[in-house]
Design a protein around this ligand. Sequence first.
Ligand SMILES: *Cc1c(COP(=O)(O)O)cnc(C)c1O
Ligand SMILES: [Zn+2]
Length: 411
Amino acid sequence: MKKIKTLQCIRCGKDHKLTETKYNCNACGGNLQVLYDYNLIKKRLNYEVLKDNPERSIWRYLDILPVSSIKNVPPVQVGWTPLYRAEKLGAEAGVPNLFIKDDGRNPSASFKDRASAVVTARALELKEKVITTASTGNAAASLACLTASLNMKTVIFVPETAPAPKVAQLLVFGATVIMVKGTYDDAFELCLKATDEYGWYNRSTGINPFTREGKKTCSFEICEQMNWETPDKVFVSVGDGNIISGIWKGFVEFHRLGIIERLPQLVAVQAEHSDSVKRAFESGGDVQPVSGATIADSISVSLPRDGMAAVMAIRDSGGFAVSVTDAEILDAIPRIARGSNVFAEPAAATYAGLLKAVKEGRVKENESVVLLISGNGLKDIQSAMQSVGKPYVIRPDIIELRKLLTENKLV
Ligand SMILES: *Cc1c(COP(=O)(O)O)cnc(C)c1O
Ligand SMILES: [Zn+2]
């Protein structure tokens, strides 16, 4: 692929040809990032071309993705999710210029579809027969969904604790599901060993350099949907750190292509006991393992697999990190729903991070803020039910109904 210049190690800087490695740096084991021939791309991808492009999916950005053609991509719509102005929610937070990017609207109901689509397209080009991933649930559900009708076997490793709706997705889409008695980190290591032993193609976050390429498309969309204006801040929930580093790469690339003039600040939102990236960012030290325990399963990570890139994204954007408690995460779910009509899963409750940042005086009232909603609330209803009351239950009888409505002051 002529448009790709190098796979460059984010740790030691070593360049690799596309044919030289499928995964990490072959000198230091660091994560790789794809760098393109931006002068070449500039000729094909610019404001004029995008403005007239009717494609409503991530493939409108094919010129800057590591895929040769859209002949061989999953046949469902990934990306081009809505960006809403959230007036009521914004007023409640004291941030009138608030926007919601609803990535729960993807085929498998999470942001992970952006990465899985690109990695699956890549696997098809490489003629891989078996694709595998370790996941807390969403990356797996996404991969299972996007490969379902393709001529490819999909083997999934998830922790035993993955929420039932995500497991249901895996089974419905026909993946081979291996539940590991352990954490996400345990599932990750086992998936790596299986990849080595059986020669499968591994989509896992922080291993496969192409996941970030899919994830960056969200930033391209935000720029277009905001009419080529850059928001002041983008709030992103962080586990492994691949989404936030992808979001950053997207803005940087559009800036480099001259499509936008300004870069946003990124705010990482982490759960209080799964805050490894926040700690590394604030201390300036290495990314160290933490307990990872949180109700927000999608951001429950002991050792972030793309932590270094995440720290660089926060730092380079001039942003910051906040951590939130499980109680704050749960509390944010009905608030987001009632303030913006969007049902978010716990890990997607970036609103909790916004409230904290506002309280700490780190967001100014006149700033434009985008909250990334990375997964749909139906992904984990057990958690959502903890944050709301119970329904009324009565017999089908009008007298009983009258009594209920009067007693509870509902009329
Ligand atoms: C995976 C995921 C995240 C976190 O992304 P990382 O790349 O692991 O930081 C956040 N929210 C949802 C819903 C996810 O599925
Ligand atoms: Zn290296």
